[in-house]
Design a protein around this ligand. Structure first.
Ligand SMILES: *Cc1c(COP(=O)(O)O)cnc(C)c1O
Length: 240
């Protein structure tokens, strides 16, 4: 038995997970999509390892972190919990690419040719090619990272040029809005960009990583294949 603390934290978590799963399924059905075609990544940033272990025990094995250092520490603490897949969802600086390349199974935040090259160079030979998504910045908010829609093709080509990377698709963060419905145009735009890009490059781009706790149902209606949820599963985060 893992202990009563872990049990206590998993109760609310189990309920929230059930709600999330049923909302994803309902949104998929509204759009005529297969609910199983939507991957749930549990965003564990700021969440301590024992609570993450409780999430893993409930079947959440795809975990998202936005800092390399924090992910490395947690991956080490959770190494005994069976195979997990770690997703980097936050901005990556090239000087951290070496560490990230061996730690993560997927990087959603590739936003420059330089980052793509740094990841590919450092991806360990004994691991499969690293799944890569190009992050696209569609909000125009100053300081937000991500390739602009004009840069996406060049970044995607840089990923495709690297045999140690596997281009999976695009990722975006919707602007902060008062109502989830207002995020819909950003999601529709990402899907259109993905469709155009796939045609121009003549490659399959299966993944759209879009949708967070406040807007994931709209994202699923617009074609998300990966939603990244933190607060909807773990509750409000305390400040770091
Ligand atoms: C924190 C974060 C999330 C999860 O946000 P919630 O609102 O807690 O669901 C998803 N994507 C990225 C890139 C994040 O940084």
């Amino acid at each position: 038995m893992a202990g009563s603390a872990e049990q206590a934290t998993s109760t609310g978590l189990a309920e929230r997970l059930a709600v999330v799963r049923s909302r994803i399924a309902a949104a998929a059905e509204r759009a005529g999509r297969d609910p199983d075609a939507v991957l749930l990544v549990a965003v564990t940033k700021t969440i301590a390892a024992p609570r993450v272990a409780a999430a893993v025990a409930l079947g959440l094995r795809e975990l998202g972190e936005n800092r390399v250092q924090e992910a490395a520490a947690k991956a080490a603490e959770l190494a005994s919990r069976g195979p997990l897949r770690w997703h980097l969802i936050g901005h990556l600086q090239t000087n951290k690419a070496g560490r990230a390349a061996g730690l993560f199974d997927a990087v959603h935040s590739v936003d420059s040719a330089r980052v793509a090259e740094a990841l590919a160079e450092r991806r360990p030979e004994d691991l499969a090619p690293l799944d890569a998504l190009v992050e696209v910045e569609l909000t125009g908010i100053p300081g937000h990272t991500g390739a602009t829609s004009d840069q996406v093709e060049a970044v995607a080509r840089a990923v495709l040029a690297q045999p140690r990377l596997r281009l999976r698709g695009l990722m975006t963060m919707a602007p902060p809005v008062d109502h989830p419905e207002q995020a819909r145009p950003a999601f529709a735009r990402l899907r259109a960009l993905r469709d155009e890009l796939g045609q121009r490059l003549d490659v399959a781009l299966p993944d759209l990583s879009m949708g967070m706790s406040d807007d994931y149902e709209v994202a699923v209606e617009e074609g998300a294949t990966i939603v990244r949820l933190g607060r909807a599963l773990f509750g409000e985060r305390s400040p770091r």
